[in-house]
Design a protein around this ligand. Structure first.
Ligand code: NAI
Length: 329
């Protein structure tokens, strides 16, 4: 099978090249441009394309891919809201994804953001580098004995619950489908109750119509003063303008964001100047108690290896006509 690999970053190439020798049937060609309606034609002569959460796999892209006789889209990510699944089905293009690669990687990053915000690590780091060893402005609070509110308790949310448990926190959760495996130490409550009672709120539900802007000025006003809010899920779960209003109202001890409303994938890497000049994310960066990372929650050695392995297994499953849980739609 010949696969055109779009939006190649050095770390993608490295992780796939580590796994490729186990898949001699696969020939992979790595290119830098991301997949969209203009670049889709580059897949002429290939059986499949490998794309990411940032790729634009809408109607026109799929039409071009179909003309090029591409029959498989391999998403090297969990999310597929960037794919027009109806058109893919009509054109008989299969879409396969990597639903879970390392939930612990994302959950650990969520806790890293929470701790960095709470203990002002970015400020402490800069102060000490400037030879200022004073503690002014660095006071945090113990997580031990406090309440964590986990919204969405699927794979990543569950991993976050285990981490919070290790910190000695009381854990409240909100999910439309409670996770039975957590029942010994997690209490499911209404969203309102979670917002009202939590000292740390971490978002782990997918972006859907029902969750779009679920954190807005009304929900922010229900939160405790001095709460820490962390989002490693999808940017549009939070209405950014309302978040800024909440920060101005001194609602938050800290806000840790790995995802932002304006991103399509980790766009900052390629277009940082252009985006930062105009974006509301840039406004967020101006607040001293906001810490932003560039969609790196998944970015561990283990997760990248698992993504490469599953993507290539998905390619093999397609050639063998195996359906399986990774087939989308
Ligand atoms: P999952 O599908 O295992 O869990 C999602 C959970 O959210 C499920 O338990 C589901 O019932 C729940 N949910 C659905 N609608 C809800 C609602 N309206 N309110 C509350 N809960 C609701 O997904 P997983 O693997 O845990 O991933 C969670 C999210 O993390 C993904 O949707 C993705 O946006 C994000 N993610 C971020 C990464 C990063 O690098 N920052 C990497 C991978 C995923």
């Amino acid at each position: 099978m010949k696969i055109m690999f779009y939006d190649t970053k050095p770390y993608d190439k490295e992780s796939f090249e580590r796994v490729l020798p186990s898949y001699p049937e696969v020939e992979m060609h790595f290119i830098k441009p991301d997949l969209d309606k203009r670049t889709a034609a580059l897949a002429e002569g290939f059986d499949a394309v490998c794309a990411f959460v940032s790729s634009d796999i809408g109607t026109e892209t799929l039409q071009v891919l179909s003309k090029c006789k591409v029959r498989l889209v391999l998403l090297r990510c969990a999310g597929f809201n960037n794919v027009d699944l109806d058109t893919a089905r009509e054109l008989h293009i299969e879409v396969r994804r990597v639903p879970g690669y390392s939930p612990e990687a994302v959950a650990e990053h969520a806790m890293a953001l929470a701790l960095a915000c709470n203990r002002r690590l970015y400020k402490a780091y800069n102060k000490v580098r400037e030879n200022d060893f004073s503690l002014n402005g660095l006071m945090g609070f113990n997580f031990h004995g406090k309440t964590a509110g986990i919204i969405g308790t699927g794979k990543i949310g569950a991993a976050m619950c285990h981490i919070c448990r290790g910190f000695g926190m009381k854990i409240l959760a909100y999910d439309v489908y409670p996770n039975d495996s957590l029942k010994d130490f997690v209490t499911y409550v209404s969203l309102e109750e979670l917002l009202h009672d939590s000292d740390l709120i971490s978002l782990h539900c997918p972006l859907m119509d029902s969750t779009h802007h679920m954190i807005n000025i009304e929900s922010i006003k229900q939160m405790k003063d001095g709460v820490i809010l962390v989002n490693t899920s999808r940017g549009a779960l939070i209405k950014t303008d309302d978040l800024i209003e909440g920060i101005r109202l001194h609602k938050f001890a800290g806000v840790g964001l790995d995802v932002y409303e304006e991103e399509a994938g980790n766009v900052f890497e390629d277009r940082s100047d252009e985006i930062l000049k105009t974006s509301v994310t840039a406004r967020l960066l101006s607040f001293p108690n906001v810490m932003i990372t560039s969609h790196q929650g998944f970015f561990t050695f283990e997760a990248l290896s698992a993504i490469a392995e599953t993507t290539l297994q998905n390619a093999m499953d397609c050639t063998k006509g195996v359906s399986g849980p990774n087939l989308v739609g």
